[in-house]
Design a protein. Structure first.
Length: 128
Protein backbone atom coordinates (compact mmCIF):
# COMPACT_ATOMS: atom_id res chain seq x y z
CA UNK A 1 0.00 0.00 0.00
CA UNK A 2 2.91 2.33 0.70
CA UNK A 3 4.08 1.95 -2.91
CA UNK A 4 0.59 2.73 -4.21
CA UNK A 5 0.49 5.92 -2.14
CA UNK A 6 4.04 6.86 -3.12
CA UNK A 7 3.14 6.60 -6.82
CA UNK A 8 0.24 9.00 -6.35
CA UNK A 9 1.90 11.33 -3.83
CA UNK A 10 2.56 14.26 -6.22
CA UNK A 11 -1.04 14.30 -7.48
CA UNK A 12 -2.45 13.80 -3.98
CA UNK A 13 -0.26 16.68 -2.75
CA UNK A 14 -1.75 18.97 -5.42
CA UNK A 15 -5.26 17.80 -4.55
CA UNK A 16 -4.62 18.31 -0.82
CA UNK A 17 -3.41 21.87 -1.36
CA UNK A 18 -6.37 22.70 -3.59
CA UNK A 19 -9.06 21.20 -1.37
CA UNK A 20 -7.86 22.64 1.95
CA UNK A 21 -8.14 26.08 0.40
CA UNK A 22 -5.22 27.80 2.12
CA UNK A 23 -6.10 26.52 5.59
CA UNK A 24 -3.37 24.74 7.58
CA UNK A 25 -5.17 21.36 7.52
CA UNK A 26 -7.87 19.55 5.55
CA UNK A 27 -11.14 19.45 7.47
CA UNK A 28 -13.70 16.64 7.49
CA UNK A 29 -16.36 18.75 5.73
CA UNK A 30 -13.92 19.51 2.89
CA UNK A 31 -12.98 15.84 2.59
CA UNK A 32 -16.59 14.70 2.40
CA UNK A 33 -17.46 17.49 -0.05
CA UNK A 34 -14.63 16.28 -2.31
CA UNK A 35 -15.84 12.68 -2.15
CA UNK A 36 -19.39 13.81 -2.91
CA UNK A 37 -18.22 15.97 -5.83
CA UNK A 38 -16.31 13.00 -7.29
CA UNK A 39 -19.44 10.82 -6.84
CA UNK A 40 -17.54 8.34 -4.68
CA UNK A 41 -20.31 7.60 -2.20
CA UNK A 42 -22.64 4.72 -2.90
CA UNK A 43 -22.76 1.05 -3.70
CA UNK A 44 -21.75 -0.16 -7.13
CA UNK A 45 -22.21 -3.71 -8.45
CA UNK A 46 -19.84 -4.72 -11.23
CA UNK A 47 -20.17 -8.33 -12.38
CA UNK A 48 -20.06 -10.36 -9.17
CA UNK A 49 -18.21 -7.62 -7.27
CA UNK A 50 -19.55 -4.89 -5.00
CA UNK A 51 -17.78 -1.59 -4.29
CA UNK A 52 -19.17 0.49 -1.45
CA UNK A 53 -18.24 3.69 0.36
CA UNK A 54 -20.59 5.58 2.64
CA UNK A 55 -20.31 8.98 4.28
CA UNK A 56 -20.12 7.18 7.64
CA UNK A 57 -17.18 5.06 6.47
CA UNK A 58 -15.35 8.10 5.13
CA UNK A 59 -15.94 9.97 8.39
CA UNK A 60 -14.72 7.02 10.47
CA UNK A 61 -11.63 6.72 8.25
CA UNK A 62 -10.96 10.46 8.55
CA UNK A 63 -11.19 10.32 12.34
CA UNK A 64 -9.07 7.15 12.59
CA UNK A 65 -6.36 8.74 10.40
CA UNK A 66 -6.11 12.02 12.30
CA UNK A 67 -4.02 12.79 15.36
CA UNK A 68 -6.63 15.42 16.23
CA UNK A 69 -9.75 15.08 14.05
CA UNK A 70 -11.05 18.49 15.12
CA UNK A 71 -7.86 20.14 13.83
CA UNK A 72 -8.11 18.36 10.48
CA UNK A 73 -5.66 16.31 8.47
CA UNK A 74 -2.06 16.93 7.65
CA UNK A 75 -0.95 15.72 4.24
CA UNK A 76 0.47 12.51 5.74
CA UNK A 77 -2.79 11.84 7.56
CA UNK A 78 -4.70 12.32 4.31
CA UNK A 79 -2.59 9.59 2.69
CA UNK A 80 -3.59 7.20 5.48
CA UNK A 81 -7.24 8.21 5.08
CA UNK A 82 -7.07 7.60 1.31
CA UNK A 83 -5.65 4.13 1.96
CA UNK A 84 -8.35 3.31 4.52
CA UNK A 85 -11.13 4.52 2.20
CA UNK A 86 -9.72 2.56 -0.73
CA UNK A 87 -9.55 -0.67 1.24
CA UNK A 88 -13.09 -0.13 2.53
CA UNK A 89 -14.48 0.72 -0.90
CA UNK A 90 -13.00 -2.26 -2.70
CA UNK A 91 -13.12 -4.94 0.01
CA UNK A 92 -16.11 -6.46 -1.84
CA UNK A 93 -13.81 -7.25 -4.75
CA UNK A 94 -12.33 -10.30 -3.05
CA UNK A 95 -9.33 -10.94 -5.33
CA UNK A 96 -8.27 -7.27 -5.22
CA UNK A 97 -5.27 -6.74 -2.93
CA UNK A 98 -5.21 -3.81 -0.49
CA UNK A 99 -2.60 -2.11 -2.70
CA UNK A 100 -4.84 -2.52 -5.77
CA UNK A 101 -7.76 -1.12 -3.77
CA UNK A 102 -5.70 1.95 -2.84
CA UNK A 103 -4.60 2.45 -6.45
CA UNK A 104 -8.20 2.13 -7.60
CA UNK A 105 -9.49 4.61 -5.04
CA UNK A 106 -6.77 7.09 -5.96
CA UNK A 107 -7.89 6.80 -9.60
CA UNK A 108 -11.47 7.47 -8.45
CA UNK A 109 -10.43 10.39 -6.29
CA UNK A 110 -8.39 12.02 -9.07
CA UNK A 111 -11.16 11.48 -11.63
CA UNK A 112 -9.04 9.12 -13.73
CA UNK A 113 -11.33 6.08 -13.51
CA UNK A 114 -14.75 5.23 -12.12
CA UNK A 115 -15.53 2.11 -10.11
CA UNK A 116 -16.47 0.04 -13.14
CA UNK A 117 -13.25 0.94 -14.93
CA UNK A 118 -11.17 0.08 -11.85
CA UNK A 119 -12.81 -3.31 -11.33
CA UNK A 120 -12.78 -4.19 -15.04
CA UNK A 121 -9.13 -3.20 -15.39
CA UNK A 122 -8.28 -5.37 -12.43
CA UNK A 123 -10.44 -8.23 -13.71
CA UNK A 124 -8.81 -8.11 -17.17
CA UNK A 125 -5.32 -7.91 -15.66
CA UNK A 126 -6.03 -10.91 -13.44
CA UNK A 127 -8.35 -12.90 -15.77
CA UNK A 128 -11.31 -12.77 -13.41
Amino acid sequence: MQAALAEARPELHTLYEKVKGGRPQLMLAEWQKLLQKQLLFGEFRISQHTCRLTQSQSKANFIASATDPMAGHSEEELLECVARCGVDKYKGVAPMSPAAAVRGFVQNLLGKANEEEVVKQYAVDHHL
